[in-house]
Design a protein around this ligand. Structure first.
Ligand code: KG4
Ligand code: ZN
Length: 345
């Protein structure tokens, strides 16, 4: 089966083609709208929806061309329909439906978080050694979500906990906004701290408190206020608008990553023998990779939003005889209904 996948839940228009028989990813196109968002310091949902509208036909065209396929060779269309920006999701969903209708092929909708969760299987379809065997203690850490799962086997996840307020990536981005680092700030903070690593050694370091949260939950909104106060007092003390020291960024990054590492480790103790897995945009972070050397991280390109993970999710469901064609009446939703639906929860 040749699957064409479409992803448009946030600010990237993506398309990918997967051959489920040879288990090969034939193409993987990501068109980012971040440049259009930079001037606003974040995502403007209406602009993202309009950008998907114009970009998707070209992105799908490029994905087909790179895969060496034409539309008539597509057997199935997979699309993410939740969670995300509702306007952006609706553009992708309706584009997928229209294409499926005109080609006379089935389409299926998929949860974006579920696609991130199983994205480690992208290693298999790109000719690399696959993910560690189940069970996993897995975290999806992105701009919109920070979710922790116990995954005994494919499709049988148990949601352990998630953020009570901001997501980890959102914390990076909001702190970056306070500091004028542009959007998205996660990669910038990661790079600045890495580049100044030697200079930071031995410097008196700021330490931001990590919120104590019950069970496997997270909380990052207090950190944002703590950083804002620290920046304000730094500016007052230095009497000019000198940019805050990188040590402050390093401390903020550490305060975001520490609870993620702690909760993963707690999960590994509670589920002996499980393998740690991290995905989602924040899993690109080099310091996080350093703090959890035993964990499996997909390559950075596959941690951030992409359609290949949607194609692989459809392919895995097909392999497990669990790929169900969606009805034409299928809608989109800003929320994930899948999170609490694990087989064992
Ligand atoms: O998974 P993703 O591409 O989109 C969502 O589904 O949200 O994640 C985007 C998020 C942004 O908040 C971005 O700042 C963060 O991932 N991010 C990073 C890094 N690269 C991307 N955060 C920390 N360090 C990075 N290197
Ligand atoms: Zn995502």
């Amino acid at each position: 089966m040749i699957v064409l996948a479409i992803e448009s839940s946030c600010d990237e228009s993506c398309a990918a083609v997967l051959d489920t028989e040879t288990w090969t990813l034939l193409s993987d196109v990501v068109h980012s709208h971040i440049p259009a968002m930079k001037q606003y310091g974040g995502i403007v949902p209406e602009i993202a929806s309009r950008a998907h509208l114009t970009a998707l036909p070209q992105v799908v065209g490029h994905a087909l061309e790179a895969a060496g396929k034409n539309l008539r060779q597509i057997d199935h269309i997979a699309v993410s329909n939740r969670p995300g920006l509702i306007g952006a999701l609706l553009v992708g969903l309706n584009y997928a439906k229209g294409l499926a209708w005109s080609l006379g092929v089935p389409f299926s909708v998929h949860d974006h978080i579920e696609a991130h969760l199983y994205s480690p299987f992208l290693a298999e379809v790109t000719g690399n050694s696959g993910p560690p065997p189940f069970p996993w203690v897995a975290a999806v850490v992105s701009g919109g979500h920070t979710e922790l799962f116990y995954v005994p086997s494919f499709g049988a996840h148990r949601w352990l906990g998630g953020t009570l307020d901001d997501a980890a990536g959102e914390a990076f981005d909001k702190i970056g906004k306070i500091l004028g680092l542009g959007y998205p700030a996660g990669p910038v903070i990661d790079r600045l701290v890495r580049e100044h690593r030697e200079a930071l050694r031995g410097q008196p370091s700021v330490v931001f408190p990590v919120a104590r949260v019950a069970d496997y939950h997270f909380s990052f909104s207090g950190l944002k206020s703590a950083v804002a106060l620290a920046v304000e007092s730094h500016r007052r003390d230095t009497a000019d608008n000198e940019s805050p020291p990188v040590s402050l960024l390093a401390a903020a990054q550490e305060a975001i990553l520490t609870p993620i590492v702690q909760q993963i480790r707690k999960g590994l103790t509670a589920f002996p023998g499980a393998n740690p897995v991290l995905t989602g945009g924040v899993a690109c972070n080099s310091r996080l990779r350093e703090l959890l050397p035993e964990a499996h991280f997909p390559i950075p390109r596959h941690c951030s939003d992409n359609a290949a993970m949607v194609a692989v999710l459809a392919g895995l469901k097909n392999r497990e005889h669990a790929l169900v064609a969606s009805p034409w009446s299928e809608g989109a939703s800003p929320r994930s209904e899948w999170l609490g639906l694990g087989a064992s929860s």
